[in-house]
Ligand binder design. Structure first.
Ligand code: ADP
Ligand code: MG
Length: 605
């Protein structure tokens, strides 16, 4: 007797539902994506009991005809692709034709839908794949789908759901992932009659603000820098946090072609761009949108998975890193022209953003130093007045930004300032002030020194060419049993940076040489400080370990706060500081320089 038979559709759908619809959030995602595919301008989400009693999505999209309404719930029924080839050119969110049949297999679904040209809409009720009712109805143009009692017929699934709090959080995260990519669509999200989000249409930046800018005191987006890079392969746009915006639970989002994705490899590229700028264990927020030819990515992944494979990840990595670094570089070098992502609201409409309006090109190289006179003085007239170099800036960019930029000051600065004109002066308390033609720079001397030393030490660690100084009388170091393995793991880096240690007993070492930067310091204290830091830091990560070593040594070797410096020492300190590619904050995230422009000063009177 044959034993193989085809499963009835309702059973097949229930099995498929297990794959596509795992929890309320996956149901919400499918419904909202359908609304977007239907061209909705406004999408309303209503949730009850964390989606366990109700998930409803109401849109003003194209709606469906009577027969499409019925077809939509059949398996593999889709209006979005016709043949396999279409999979490689997808521009819609959905394409499998799996979501609606899956949802109706495991819930009680009620849909009303109407197209603009139709007088009457269609009402459809389906319980666990069984059509209960189909009739004409009065309803608004668009589609409303109510999903009630999710998993009512799959008790095992229902029990498997997490607490309301967790499921609601999942719903909100899913909603955010979508809302962040469609600022041109208005969204509301209501949970148990409480309005969680009411998001008007606007720019990407405004959307980010309306989702995350909870604190009234400061604009969240004022802590973000705009990034933009267009290459043959990929276009990268979005926002990255200024170093001081970093925190332990930063908002970090990647999107590709309008879809949220996780991408640990690209995440690394972003973090590398921040190397040395962030305090330990702090992460920068970022919102990065990739646009790439659809055939370059594999969308054919599982519907609930957010990892997306790129054909050419290796090439995108350095582009991404350079793009982020450039934004940070501009910010670091010339804080007074921080209009890129600064406190001024930039009116980039999303059409313009989408149409590829170019971000300003500031033409600053990584080693750009505002205090070195520029060779090319073409923009400076004989009488030293400044003529803006209009041709440098793309014309459509100017339309967008010109009203906001008082002066493109960086060229003015570089043309008018030079180091000899800096005249560093000591301020009481350990600060150095430098008057410039454009205002005043105040430098925190100790932090400046830490930043300089740190950069040198990291350089030595990485090139493995630390400069040593032999000790006449070796210093003894006795370690506890716990410190022993920590020291062992640090040993290669300690050697690279210039320490020499000889083991004399099981837990005893002679320090015979130390980094020449530390000559006036106690080697034993320095190593103990490193051990303490390393023991409670993440010593598993090599860079983290090097960061800890360099930071500890820089802090112990730097001049103390309040130390009186000679004029030459101040000059030297300031010159070395401003020669660094990034000098605004210390490696552990503290402010090194304050910049008061003449305007800032005038504003204070
Ligand atoms: P897919 O989105 O993969 O095509 P779904 O099962 O999610 O599959 O939807 C099936 C079809 O139902 C879609 O292709 C679309 O034609 C139609 N549809 C679903 N939701 C809507 C909606 N909100 N507005 C208009 N049409 C919709
Ligand atoms: Mg769909």
């Amino acid at each position: 007797m044959d034993v193989i038979r085809l499963l009835p559709d309702s059973v097949a759908n229930q099995i498929a539902a297990g794959e596509v619809i795992q929890r309320p959030a996956s149901c919400l995602k499918e419904l909202v994506e359908n609304s977007l595919d239907a061209g909705a301008h406004t999408i309303r989400v209503l949730i009850r009991d964390a989606g366990k009693s109700l998930i409803q999505v109401i849109d003003d999209g194209v709606g469906m005809s009577v027969s499409d309404a019925r077809m939509a719930f059949e398996r593999h029924a889709t209006s979005k692709i016709r043949e396999a080839q279409d999979l490689f050119h997808l521009r819609t969110m959905g394409f499998r034709g799996e979501a609606l049949p899956s949802i109706c297999a495991v819930a009680q679904v009620k849909m009303t839908t109407r197209r603009a040209g139709d007088e009457m809409g269609t009402l459809l009720e389906i319980n666990g794949s069984q059509v209960q009712k189909q009739e004409p109805c009065q309803c608004a143009v668009g589609t409303s789908i109510q999903v009630q009692n999710l998993f009512f017929n799959v008790p095992a699934r229902r029990r498997f759901l997490k607490s309301d709090q967790t499921e609601l959080r999942n719903l909100i995260t899913t909603f955010q992932h979508i809302a962040l990519v469609y600022p041109e669509v208005a969204f509301t999200f209501v949970s148990d009659d409480e309005i969680i989000y009411d998001l008007p249409t606007g720019t990407y930046k405004q959307r980010i603000e309306s989702i995350f800018g909870k604190s009234k005191s400061k604009l969240f987006t004022s802590q973000l820098l705009e990034i933009e890079q267009q290459t043959e392969l990929v276009t990268i746009r979005g926002f990255v946090g200024k170093p001081e915006a970093a925190n332990k639970q930063a908002q970090q989002f990647f999107f590709v072609n309008g879809r949220y994705m996780r991408h640990p490899y690209f995440h690394k590229a972003v973090l590398q761009a921040y190397a040395g700028m962030l305090p330990a264990e702090q992460l920068p927020p970022y919102f990065i949108y990739f646009e790439i030819a659809p055939e370059q990515i594999d969308v054919n992944v599982h519907p609930t998975k957010t990892e997306i494979k790129f054909a050419d990840e290796q090439s995108i990595f350095p582009i991404l890193m350079a793009t982020v670094r450039a934004a940070l570089g501009k910010f670091n070098v010339v804080p007074s022209i921080d209009f890129l992502g600064g406190d001024i609201e930039i009116p980039v409409s999303d059409e313009k953003m989408r149409a590829g309006a170019k971000a300003p090109e500031l033409h600053l190289s990584a080693g750009y130093n505002p205090f070195t006179p520029q060779r090319d003085n073409s923009s400076v007239h004989k009488d030293n007045t400044y003529a803006p170099q209009k041709e440098r800036v793309a014309p459509h960019w100017q339309e967008l930004y010109e009203p906001l930029c008082r002066q493109p000051q960086q060229e003015e600065l570089s043309a008018n300032w030079n180091q000899s004109a800096l005249h560093p002066q000591a301020l009481a308390g350990g600060y150095i002030s430098c008057a410039t033609d454009n205002g005043l720079i105040i430098v925190h001397a100790r932090r400046a020194h830490i930043t300089i030393l740190y950069a040198q030490l990291i350089e030595q660690l990485q090139s493995q060419h630390g400069v040593s100084q032999q000790l006449l009388f070796p210093e003894q170091l006795t370690l506890s049993a716990e410190d022993q393995p920590v020291l062992a793991s640090l040993m290669p880096d300690l050697k690279h940076i210039g320490f020499e240690l000889e083991q004399t007993a099981a837990n005893q070492y002679d320090i015979t040489a130390l980094p020449s930067l530390l000559t006036n310091h106690n080697a034993e204290t320095a190593i103990r400080a490193i051990l303490t830091r390393a023991a409670d830091g993440q010593t598993a990560v090599r860079e983290q370990m090097q960061h800890q070593i360099a930071l500890t040594l820089a802090q112990s070797a730097a001049i103390p706060m309040g130390k009186t410096l000679s004029e030459t020492e101040m000059q030297d300190l300031v010159e070395r500081l401003f020669a660094l590619p990034s000098y605004r904050i210390t490696p552990d995230g503290k402010t090194v320089v304050i910049w008061l422009t003449t305007e800032d000063i005038a504003r204070r009177f």
